[in-house]
Each structure stands twice: as C-alpha cells, then as structure tokens.
Design a protein around this ligand. Sequence first.
Ligand SMILES: *Cc1c(COP(=O)(O)O)cnc(C)c1O
Length: 421
Amino acid sequence: MNLTERDKQHIWHPLTQHKLHPEAKPIVKAKGALLFDEEGKTYVDAVSSWYTAMYGHCNDYIVERVHRQMQQLDQIIFSGFTHEPAIELSEKLMAILPDNQQKLMFNDNGSTSTEIGIKMALQYHHNKGQTRKTLLAFEEGFHGDTFGAMSVSGLSVYNGPFEEFFIDVKRIPLPTAANQEELIKAIEAFHAETPLAGFIYEPLVQGAAGMKMYQAAHLEPILQKCKELGIILIADEVMTGFGKTGSFFASDFIEVKPDVICLSKALTAGLVPMGVTTCTQAIFDAFYDDDIGKGLFHAHTYSANPIACATAIAALDLLQSEEIQQNIKQIQSWHAAFASEIVEHLKVHSTRQQGTIFALELDVPMERYGNLRYQIYERCMAEGVYLRPLGSTIYILAPFVTTQEQMQKVYAAIKKVLDSF
Ligand SMILES: *Cc1c(COP(=O)(O)O)cnc(C)c1O
C-alpha cells in the first residue's frame, strides 16, 4: 500500500469532507519555501503551511536551537515550576508587543489563545462584580474551532451545527468610511440591551474570511467606543502576528491598543504548536486577589513547553534580523509590482495588499469550497505552486525566505491559471 492508501485506513483529516475528497497528497520533505512530494516534485509553499513557516521549513538556525533545548529540558509542569526558555520568550515578546502589554499566559494553539482571551474578558467583569455575558465580534471573523472561539467566529460550514450551544455574541460588519457612525450606534444599542464583555477582532486582515482587509482609520473609532464602554479589546493576531503585515503586529498600525492579544501560528515558525495570550497589567490585576476563585484557572498540559519556547525564541531572533526585515520589504515590493500587472487581467476584479499578504479577487463567481476552487488548486499544483484559494480569492502569504525566482514561479502559475479560464 502506498501512503495515500494507508492514510485512508484510519485518518480523519481537518476541514475535509472525505466522501468528496478521499485522497490526501503525501509530502515527504520540506526545506525553505519548498515542499517535496514522493516523486521528488517540488512545490512553493505560497501559504507558509497556514501562515506558520515564515522563516522557511526546517530552518537550520531554529532546528539547531531546538535540538540543544531537547537535550537540556524537554517538558515540565508549568504550574509551580518555571524555566529559562519561558522567561526569555516572555521578555522577548514583551519587547516587541504594543507597550501596554505586560503579562502573558502560554497555551497550545490559536484556538486556545482566543479561548483564553474570551475567558479573560468574561471573568474580568465577573471578578469586578459586573454582569456582562455577551461578546462583540465581526461578522466574518475566524477565531478558531473550540466552543468559545467558534461562538465568536462568523457563521459558516465550520460552526453552523453548533450554533445553539454558543456563547451569546453580537456581530457587526467590517467598518468602512460609510458605516462607521452606524456601527457605533449599533454597539451602543447592543450594550444597552445586554452589557458587552469584550470585542474580539482580527486587526486589519481577516485571514480565513479570504484575506479581507480594512483600514485602521475605520477601526479606530469602534475601538475607542468600546474602550469608553469598558468593553475589553481582544486583538486576535494569530494570523496577522510576526511581521506579515509589514510591522511586528497589525496592532502597531492602530492607535487604540488592545487589552488582550492572541498569538500562535508563526510564533513557533511551523515547527511545533504553541499559543500565547498576552494582556495588560489592568487585566491581570482584576484576577490578583486573596480569593483563590478570582484566579484564572485555565491550564494546558503542555503550557510553556520548553521546546516550543526555544522554537519561538529562535523565530523571534530571525524576525528581528536584518536579513528577514530586508526580505519583508522586498516581498512587499514584488507583490506591489505583480499587483499593478495582474489587476489588468480580465478575470481579476481587484487586488489588495497589507505588508507581505497579497490577495486578488476573481471576477468569476465561486463557492468557498466549490469545484472551480479545486481546479485552481490542482492547476497551481501542476505548476509546482501550493496555493489555497478561498472562495473567489487567491492569496499569497509565502515564507519570508522565498527567493525572487520562487515568487516569480507563484506569480507565473497564477497568471497561467487565470489565462486558462
Ligand atoms: C488559525 C486561526 C485561529 C485558530 O488557530 P488554530 O491554531 O488553528 O486553533 C484563530 N484565529 C485566527 C485569526 C486564525 O487565523
């Protein structure tokens, strides 16, 4: 039996309707921006394996650091114990996060990081003796697949079957110049009806919605209004974090700083899973009490796993290196040049870009997981490029180490596919 056959025996894949898509493609090796299949054919990983492997796969520097950590300390319960990798990582993160961030809680992935953010907001008000049980979120946001995270995500095939079990959530559309005042009135009305505990948002770019982008200037007054009403601001930077938007964090572009920030994905550079939820001193202080019940009694077995911490430290070293910062600038200019060229294509409705995140909207009607999407995927794979279109959006979020030649291959594949319709 080959790998695909063996896979089919026992494995249930994520986001997969197995009846429609019974076969998974084996990848046997990854290096830099490239994935290798069984026949040795290579594919440019133009989505950085779900926005994680930003410094390239199997990065030598990271692997070496992690290997050293593996020989020193592998795992230790983080309740009652501490260790240097966790401490060093906390210091390094705080040095680049928005200034108002002070404390952090380690966890396992993006969903747990937002789940903790939601719990911080809810229990913050609970600890202060206020009844605030409702959250505010954007209509098409995505915050993960656990129950709290699903509740605040936009309704879709992902979370539809669980709707009746959700936390109470009010949803608003993305802010524009035209709807700003309306949104502020809506927030005031929601808050008068049922006090809002927190507002969770993906700053500037909504990843799973199809790299939907919106402006800081339009978000600013919404965040300001939430602050006034004592609504905890939870920035979900699981996708936008660590350089992709052209700054360390998308929140850097926004004046009103979040109370809570959720991180994962590129945090550990595609090597091992980890999440981190950071917060202000004021949030932490609301849990700091002689009453044990006011603490945040949330734990994950692998919280602050030393190997994951070592990975994240190495990743931060790279992010802050001259080389990666240069690469980020280069990719932005390559994308801008490609945008001005491809926007003229008959099948392209529009393009958009935030830092190294590039997206183009097709002028072709398409379902999110419809046939056309699979055709585009298949044709790009035939060209040696791995892209994962979302609905009528084709986006590129390639590793920072992607070479110019590799990026040209991605652009050429997109052009060729568009020409073939
Ligand atoms: C991917 C993602 C999550 C969920 O992260 P997982 O590690 O898949 O649980 C949450 N929020 C955003 C913005 C994401 O892109």
